[in-house]
Write a protein that binds this ligand. Structure first.
Ligand code: GUN
Ligand code: FE
Length: 445
């Protein structure tokens, strides 16, 4: 059980923050939240729990608990290339930097070393759930899944499907091989985590440019046979990418039509970027209940979107939206940075749209990083906030740490402390990370 300050987003429309200075959260051994008392004086805790059998953690006055961050779009193999190639357009950046880097994951020892460092780095940022693109290599992708499980991170892990428009050294040998490797990665995760406690395979056609039509169709068939599996791809990211997609698939007038045709748009689809949306594509995403992985950093730094995606319009239409760090494309793996950049981008969008698309409030951007991401991943019954019955994925934040966070003053209320943390704190303030009630990272204080 944990007693102290708790802040999370509510599931109600508007997703307001609930800010509780003295709450008591009770978590049972399997990591499920069994009770959430919202206003409990320290002296009353003993009457609400069995102190003989429960380990009680009193948060210090400088600490508060928030839900773990959900990174809806992350390329694990790009961990070692973050920050490189800023400003390049997408296809140039893939050829010059990304494919040579991802190709190195043919070597399992390289995968072991980089993925281990990457997951540690993401956990340190408070990312308790991530949807990962792996490389094309099934062996490296299985290593990524093994490491997520061993380190206790909740994750979607996808073998990346690529059968064309990349160099020989970084392309699946054939469509058949690509699909066989996918099936074997699906089987691997079902073997190591049979109940899906932490892991799921995610079908991962990189984007249409990398895929042959029969490969997309094959993945669509796998999706139809396995309706529990999420699907992820890059969607309407940049002009260079959209133009190339049109040339390869002239029979479709939009990416929504293209991916829908191949059976890849479902309520479990996680579509990264979504910068350039035709009016009917909004309708289609809403109708098919697809989710958007908003990557506000990479949208403005790499790839050539260089624009603020229409997040307010997605929210107004009731389309699910979460945040992604897009490591590689994004230069930062901090979800706090993603939150801030989402706000900046939304304000640019407000100006661009002459005031129609209102900028995001801090509570909304925080919701995108937590509960919104859970909805995009269809995990909202499990994580995203602290409703009773959900699993306890949480961060203990401490504002009294060495670092750069704005100083907290005596008269600051908890909402002000929270705002200071979200806008100026960093991983040094994230002192404990819990997934399913299990401590997966702890800073000794
Ligand atoms: N489109 C296809 N692959 C990628 C990638 O790795 N990053 C980004 N940002 N866009 C892509
Ligand atoms: Fe990406």
């Amino acid at each position: 059980a944990f007693h102290g300050a708790v802040i999370h987003s509510l599931s109600t429309p508007g997703h307001d923050l609930e800010i509780l200075p003295a709450a008591l959260l009770i978590v049972e051994a399997q990591g499920v939240i069994t009770a959430f008392h919202k206003d409990v004086k320290p002296g009353e805790v003993g009457s609400l729990i069995d102190t003989a059998t429960t380990t009680l953690h009193y948060l210090s006055p400088s600490q508060f608990i928030i839900p773990g961050f959900i990174d809806t779009h992350n390329h694990a193999p790009q961990w070692a290339q973050r920050g490189l190639g800023q400003g390049q357009h997408i296809l140039d950046w893939l050829s010059a930097i990304t494919f040579p880097n991802e190709g190195r994951f043919r070597d399992p020892s390289h995968a072991q070393r980089i993925y281990s460092s990457a997951i540690d780095g993401f956990l340190r940022q408070g990312i308790t759930t991530a949807s990962y693109y792996g490389s094309i290599h099934p062996e490296a992708t299985n290593i990524l899944a093994d490491l997520c499980l061993a380190k206790g991170q909740r994750a979607f892990v996808g073998k990346c499907n690529m059968t064309r428009n990349s160099p020989d050294y970084y392309r699946d040998a054939s469509v058949e091989q690509s699909l066989r490797d996918t099936e074997s990665c699906i089987a691997h995760i079902r073997k190591i985590d049979p109940e899906g406690m932490l892991l799921k395979h995610v079908l991962t056609p990189r984007f249409a440019i990398s895929c042959d039509a029969d490969g997309l169709a094959g993945l669509g068939q796998i999706a139809a046979k396995n309706p529990d599996l999420p699907i992820q791809t890059h969607f309407n990211e940049a002009e260079q990418e959209i133009t190339a997609t049109r040339e390869l698939f002239p029979q479709f007038s939009s990416e929504a039509d293209l991916y829908h045709h191949y059976g890849l748009l479902t309520k479990r689809s996680i579509l990264a970027h979504c910068c350039y949306m035709a009016p009917h594509e909004f309708d289609k995403l809403k109708e098919l209940q697809c989710g958007v992985a908003h990557c506000p950093i990479s949208n403005m730094t790499v790839g050539g979107g260089f624009m603020a995606a229409p997040i307010r319009e997605f929210l107004n239409r009731g389309i699910k939206v979460g945040l992604g760090t897009d490591s590689g494309g994004g230069f930062s793996s901090s979800m706090l940075d993603a939150i801030r950049q989402a706000m900046i981008a939304s304000h640019a969008r407000e100006v661009e749209s002459k005031g129609r698309d209102k900028g995001l409030k801090i509570a909304e951007a925080f919701y995108l990083a937590t509960l919104g991401g859970a909805e995009v991943c269809c995990l909202e019954d499990k994580v995203g906030n602290f409703e009773v019955g959900k699993e306890f994925d949480a961060l203990v934040v401490d504002w009294q740490r060495d670092g750069v966070m704005t100083i907290v003053e005596e008269e600051d209320e908890l909402d002000t402390v929270f705002e200071k943390f979200v806008m100026t704190g960093d991983d040094r303030n994230i002192v404990r990370v819990l997934v399913k009630g299990r401590m997966v990272r702890e800073v000794k204080i």
